[in-house]
Design a protein around this ligand. Structure first.
Ligand code: G3P
Length: 249
């Protein structure tokens, strides 16, 4: 019987501005087992939590994060008014360190997605250093669509936990095992294919599909034994998961 963990995608981002402390703290209150977040590097080499390379969509400012210092970024409002009106006005961008401190007292797993590009090769070293400084190494799983970024993580710290992100991919298990990944992070459309999760399990890999907001697909992945569901609606996924677990007690 597999316990399927529920990980809140960019925090409980259906209910609070994505990748902000309110969204992560809400994820904890809703009973999530983990949170997923994205990191970017500022001009002054600070690791901040944001999905996009620029702040245009999620703040009241514009511009690329790599061209701004942390102090400059902190002037902007990340309350995401186009999605949430004024309810979260005044919310600031968070550094990865601030996020770690905010969730340290919980037992949530932190899935750090590295928005790694060849133009910012120091993303990996800077992120690993913050994780180490805040004593969070045992709670973090790194993922990335840039699989060479995950190989870079393993070269720097062979005890780190990594998982490749992808839509669908030939020989995903073999590729992931080659650099010591713990899990696969496929799109849910790949993970629901017959035998997909079983094959990964037989090869010693966990499967953490993304981003599942449809309750019917959540249920399908629970039935198939996914190890975690990454979702914007952790409350709905948790409700289904807990009901699913009860069937086996
Ligand atoms: O990590 C799961 C999911 O976040 C991957 O897609 O575009 O949200 O980074 P994206």
């Amino acid at each position: 019987m597999i316990y399927t963990a529920i990980w809140a995608h960019r925090g409980a981002s259906a209910y609070a501005p994505e990748n902000t402390l309110p969204a992560f703290l809400l994820a904890e209150r809703l009973g999530s087992d983990g949170i997923e977040l994205d990191v970017q590097i500022t001009k002054d080499k600070q690791v901040v939590v944001c999905h996009d390379h620029n702040i245009d969509r999620t703040s009241n400012g514009t511009g690329n994060i790599c061209d701004m210092t942390l102090e400059e970024l902190k002037q902007y409002d990340f309350g995401y008014p186009t999605a949430f009106g004024h309810r979260f006005a005044g919310t600031k961008i968070s550094t990865l360190g601030e996020l770690y401190e905010a969730v340290k007292a919980s037992d949530m797993i932190v899935n750090v997605e590295l928005k790694y590009t060849a133009a910012q090769p120091d993303t990996v070293a800077l992120t690993l250093a913050v994780t180490e400084q805040h004593g969070m190494k045992d709670r973090v799983i790194y993922s990335s669509f840039a699989h060479y970024g995950l190989e870079a993580v393993m070269k720097l710290d062979s005890t780190a936990v990594v998982a490749p992100l992808y839509g669908d991919m030939e020989n995903a298990c073999e590729a992931a095992l080659a650099y010591g990944a713990l899990a696969l992070h496929p799109a849910h459309s790949a993970a629901v294919k017959p035998g997909y999760i079983n094959e990964a399990h037989l090869k010693g890999l966990r499967v953490h599909p993304y981003t599942i907001d449809n309750p019917a697909i959540m249920q399908e992945l629970l039935n198939l034994g996914a190890d975690a569901l990454i979702t914007n609606y952790p409350d709905i996924a948790k409700g289904l998961r807990d009901k699913h677990l009860k069937k086996f007690i």
